[in-house]
Design a protein around this ligand. Structure first.
Ligand code: MEV
Length: 328
């Protein structure tokens, strides 16, 4: 069996706009998904996870997601989780040219699914890395990131950027603009996460922004303005100017909210962190529910979030310098 882990991420700036060619700056954090892949003697794919969603599930099937058996777990969660693993295993089969190889895949994840912390990217990166190593091939990081991106692109119906997958594969802070992906120098950031216990549907949220952008010129301008925030944010990151980073994150949240991807609980958490003195706070990822990211050097934002109605969990996150890790 080969086991790999890959980190989750927060977006300092630029989610959604990155899908339309604007730059984005995500940043890997030390919460990880670990995926073990073991070759089977038949062509079946068996997926087991105790904690991908906090609901355990085990599924076993031989072919496409349509043939999956009935199991007691939310349909959308199962479809999403299986889709990413299925897609990752297709990439493994493509690398090795063996379409009939079967696997037992075990997923352990500390990253809540669909909550804006890059769970699907981390699972795809770790699964492709472990699967290819199980068959005797070690991919270069760039190819691993590209194949994980293809997985997300296919599962999300052709609507994905390279940001989440590149960040998870390489670790650290990164800048992604179209297919130009690079690592950035980043200071130690005082990152605080608030989690509302929920999740958003990335495909639907991306489609919603796409619709607004096509319907209204001012929505297209909003997407472009997010790009301007990102360019300013890169400068602030390079200077280690936490105050300016926070101010720009607040601005970025406002524009995401205008594009309809925030929610009442995300807004409540953002305001709780700001009221407690955080430098800035915004939703992270696709939105709709899930997580916010705040910058706060004191303990005040974390304490305030722990008392905020709608906030189920809050924690401080360290920057993950390493992306994919080969555990076994
Ligand atoms: C989702 O984590 C980030 C989005 O920008 C989609 C993407 O970049 O693929 C909303």
């Amino acid at each position: 069996m080969a086991v790999s882990s890959a980190p989750g991420k927060v977006y300092l700036f630029g989610e959604h706009a990155v899908v339309y060619g604007e730059p984005a700056v995500p940043c890997a954090i030390e919460v990880r998904a670990r995926v073990g892949v073991e070759q089977r003697s038949d062509n079946k794919l068996r997926i087991h996870s105790e904690d991908l969603s906090l609901d355990g599930f085990t599924v076993e099937y031989a072919g496409s997601a349509d043939e999956r058996p009935d199991v007691d777990v939310s349909e959308s969660l199962l479809t999403a989780a299986m889709g990413y693993v299925d897609g990752a295993i297709e990439q493994v089969r493509d690398v090795t040219g063996d379409d009939d190889v079967g696997f037992d895949v075990t997923i352990e994840s500390d990253i809540p699914l669909g909550a804006g912390l890059g769970s699907s990217a981390a699972v795809a990166v770790a699964a492709i890395d472990a699967g290819t190593r199980e068959l005797g091939t070690t991919l270069e990081i760039d190819e691993l990131a590209e194949r994980a991106y293809q997985t997300e692109y296919d599962v999300q119906g052709g609507q994905a950027s390279r940001a989440d997958t590149f960040c998870s594969a390489t670790g650290g802070a990164v800048r992604v603009e179209g297919d130009d992906c690079r690592s950035l120098e980043a200071p130690d950031l005082p990152i605080v996460i608030g989690f509302d216990g929920g999740a958003g549907d990335t495909g639907e949220l991306v489609a919603g922004v796409r619709g607004l952008r096509e319907e209204y010129e001012f929505a297209a301008d909003t997407v472009e303005s997010i790009g301007d925030i990102v360019r300013n944010g890169e400068q602030a990151l390079a200077e280690g100017n936490i105050e300016e980073l926070g101010r720009l994150m607040n601005f970025n949240h406002g524009l995401l909210s205008a594009l309809g991807v925030s929610s009442r609980s995300l807004d409540s958490m953002v305001w709780a962190a700001r009221d407690a003195g955080a430098n800035g706070a915004k939703l992270t990822g696709a939105g709709g529910g899930g997580c916010i990211v705040a910058l706060d050097e004191s303990d005040e934002a974390e304490t305030a979030l722990s008392y905020t109605p709608g906030c189920k969990d809050t924690f401080r996150a360290e920057l993950a310098d390493t992306g994919v890790r080969r555990v076994e």
